[in-house]
Structures are given as structure tokens and as C-alpha cells.
Write a protein that binds this ligand. Structure first.
Ligand code: GTP
Ligand code: MG
Length: 241
């Protein structure tokens, strides 16, 4: 296991976007809650424009171990030389990372330049809509446009949209599942299938919505790991690390 000090722990930044009142803040409370950050005071990080909450995420990283020769008898049929090929061996290291969730305070009108400065450092995006108001789902395309432009320009050095290629990881969350009485889900018309992203439907008021080993927790873990991979593969140049 690699020796790490707190100074070496990388931070992935996740943007939480959606219309006012869809449940971004309640959802962020659930996402940032962990064994290490059980109370709001332990996970809040100050920022005047954003509600920022932080948690730890253990990212599995595959490590190769040095190859070791395995000698077999000369009559062995598995290798014509009597020596097995040097088999590659490996194991999985769990590397801790900080994850910061940036939840927009929609009552504040933030200068565009200020927003863009954050967007270029974003490693994952969570799009939030209210299952009872499908107009909030349709507005997600608009929410995504500016952050994607900044990420394309500063992480991929491209002006054109990169949704066909490896884009920044995106997770779509529909909230207020507890209040939903009829099915209003539209399958292929949904933004998640257009983006090839995972989607989670939740009740943000239920503290068990992301319970350990649940399906939602699995999707969240996969998304956070993808965000860390994105950070490592497409680093930004700038002051933040
Ligand atoms: N029943 C139910 N209520 C919810 C759910 N998610 C959020 N709410 C309620 O919806 C209201 C708005 O939730 P917030 O989390 O403040 O919404 P927001 O997107 O952060 O809103 P702004 O910060 O104004 O943009 C609050 O009264 C929440 O308690 C949910 O899944 N189920
Ligand atoms: Mg809020």
C-alpha cells in the first residue's frame, strides 16, 4: 500500500446542477454523508457562491506486481520450453480521494466569469430534476451547456462539443420519488439515455436512499470513481489541484 499523507490526497470536484427547488441541497446532504463525515459540520466547506460539502471516496486502482517465473517440469504440456511465461500479477489498491460537491445557491446571481473559473476544474456533473415537474428535466440541457463548453476548452483543448467521445462523467438524479403517484418516465427521450449516463430516482428525505451496498450507492461509487479517472486523465493547468 502506497504511503499517503493528507497533502497528497487529490480532490475531485462535482457540480450539482438543476432548477430551483428540485432538491439539489437535500441530495447533496445525502451524497456527502459518509462514516467520516456523518454530520453537516464535518462535511461543509465554506464558499460564498456555492454550498460545498466534502467526503472521502476510496478509488480502486489496479497495481501490477513484478512478474515471477514459475518453473514446471520439462514434460509439462502447458509450455513448450518447460518454463511458464512470466505471468502478470496484480492487485487492487484503494486510494483515498476527497470529493467536493458544489451545489449552486440559486438565490445568488453569480458573475459568469466566476462560474466559468470553477467549471474548468470540474471532474463530474450531477444533473438534478424533480420527477413531479418534467419541465425541470427538459431544462437540464441548458444547465449542461456552459459547464461542458468550459470543460471541453480547458480539459480537452477543444472548442467543439465532445459528447461523442469520453466526456466528463455525468449522473442524472430524479428527486421526490416518494411523491410520485403515476409513472411519467419517458425512456429514450430522457437526457440520461441521450448522454449514456446512469440515472437514479430517489427520495432525498430518506436517509437510507444511498445505504451501503444498495443499488444507488453502487451507481454513486461508480460515478465518483469515473470522476477521479477523468481528473487523472484530463488534468487542468491552474492553481487548484
Ligand atoms: N418529499 C420530498 N421532498 C423533497 C425531496 N427533495 C427535496 N425536497 C424538498 O424540496 C424542497 C427544496 O429542496 P432543496 O434541496 O432546498 O432544493 P434546491 O434545489 O437546493 O433549491 P435551491 O437551493 O433554491 O435551488 C425542500 O422543501 C425539500 O425538503 C424529496 O425527494 N422528497
Ligand atoms: Mg439549494
Amino acid at each position: 500500500m502506497e504511503q499517503q499523507t493528507i497533502k497528497h490526497v487529490l480532490t475531485a470536484r462535482i457540480l450539482v446542477l438543476g432548477d430551483a427547488g428540485v432538491g439539489k441541497s437535500r441530495l447533496t446532504d445525502l451524497l456527502a454523508k459518509s462514516e467520516d463525515t456523518p454530520t453537516p459540520a464535518t462535511r461543509r466547506v465554506g464558499d460564498c457562491w456555492w454550498n460545498v460539502q466534502v467526503r472521502l471516496h476510496e478509488h480502486p486502482r489496479y497495481v501490477w506486481l513484478p512478474p515471477t517465473p514459475e518453473w514446471t517440469s520439462s514434460s509439462s504440456t502447458s509450455s513448450p520450453t518447460g518454463i511458464e511465461q512470466f505471468p502478470r500479477r496484480g492487485g487492487v489498491d484503494l486510494v483515498p480521494h476527497f470529493v467536493e460537491f458544489y451545489d449552486l445557491k440559486s438565490t445568488l446571481r453569480m458573475p459568469r466569469e466566476h462560474r466559468n473559473r470553477l467549471y474548468r476544474h470540474i471532474d463530474g456533473i450531477i444533473l438534478v430534476y424533480d420527477l413531479l415537474r418534467m419541465s425541470t428535466h427538459d431544462n437540464l440541457h441548458d444547465w449542461l451547456y456552459q459547464p461542458l463548453r468550459q470543460i471541453c476548452r480547458h480539459r480537452h483543448n477543444r472548442m467543439r462539443p465532445i459528447l461523442k467521445r469520453r466526456h466528463v462523467p455525468i449522473l442524472v438524479v430524479g428527486t421526490k420519488l416518494d411523491l410520485l403517484t403515476t409513472r411519467c418516465l419517458r425512456g429514450s427521450g430522457k437526457i440520461a439515455s441521450q448522454l449514456g449516463a446512469d440515472e437514479i430516482l430517489v427520495n432525498c428525505l430518506d436517509s437510507k436512499s444511498f445505504e451501503h451496498k444498495s443499488r444507488n450507492a453502487g451507481k454513486l461509487r461508480k460515478f465518483l470513481s469515473n470522476a477521479i479517472e477523468f481528473k487523472l486523465n484530463f488534468p487542468t493547468t491552474g492553481k487548484r489541484c
